[in-house]
Design a protein around this ligand. Structure first.
Ligand SMILES: C[S@@+](CC[C@H](N)C(=O)[O-])C[C@H]1O[C@@H](n2cnc3c(N)ncnc32)[C@H](O)[C@@H]1O
Length: 198
């Protein structure tokens, strides 16, 4: 499983603890939040060490080729900046990078939390028109499909369910009223289907 924009790596480390037979990779463009957790995973298991985890500093725009086809699951939780702009606008180059690291039939989960009033300036800077379900169906779905993902589910999660998401930003934003949380689930399409659409 690969978590892009992993931040402090909480989601990756919680999943890795619960599923010791599965391998987890957390990636973030910023090395700073990765420092503490990258040191912790190398401790002895009794002291919080996790042999089934790796953290990498990389931008989604430039993922290393060693990751090609390795992931059954790719997650993007509470993206901001260029990562938010790419997934919310359906940037083809970035989505193709995400598709490249997926194995056959892999799942892509994107969770975006935003406050239409507070985030208005950032949404306009990133040229994100809206995140309505209609926008996802009519504009994003064709872009995702062209880049290698079929959107198989999308929706809005009530704030009461945010705590189910084990990420630091879900905890941080979950206490603020007015935010809504939109999720998109995609399935990696067969390479042949993508080529025939190109
Ligand atoms: C709001 S934080 C969310 C962190 C974590 N996923 C969580 O839910 O707690 C957004 C993260 O996306 C990362 N990010 C932004 N643009 C990125 C990019 N182009 N490539 C990779 N990571 C990026 C940021 O460095 C930041 O750590």
């Amino acid at each position: 499983m690969i978590d892009i924009g992993t931040g402090d790596g909480l989601f990756v480390s919680e999943c890795a603890r619960q599923n010791p037979r599965k391998f987890y990779i957390g990636i973030d463009a910023n090395a700073r939040p990765l420092e503490k957790i990258s040191e912790k995973i190398h401790r002895k298991p009794a002291k919080g060490g996790l042999p089934n985890v790796l953290f990498l500093q990389a931008a989604v725009e430039d993922l290393p080729s060693e990751l090609d086809s390795v992931a059954d699951e790719v997650h993007v939780h509470f993206p901001w900046g260029s990562l938010l702009g790419a997934v919310a606008n359906g940037n083809e180059a970035v989505l193709r990078n995400l598709r490249r690291i997926c194995s056959r039939d892999a799942l892509l989960e994107i969770v975006i939390g935003f406050d239409p009033a507070r985030d208005v300036a950032e949404l306009s800077r990133l040229q994100i028109p809206s995140l309505s379900l209609d926008y996802i169906d009519s504009c994003l779905a064709p872009r995702y499909e062209k880049s290698g993902f079929a959107i198989i589910e999308r929706g809005v999660l009530p704030q009461s369910e945010w705590t189910r998401l084990q990420t630091s930003w879900a905890r941080r934003l979950g206490v603020r009223v007015g935010r809504s949380l939109t999720y998109i689930i995609g399935r990696a399409l067969d390479e042949k289907i993508i080529r025939s659409q190109a």
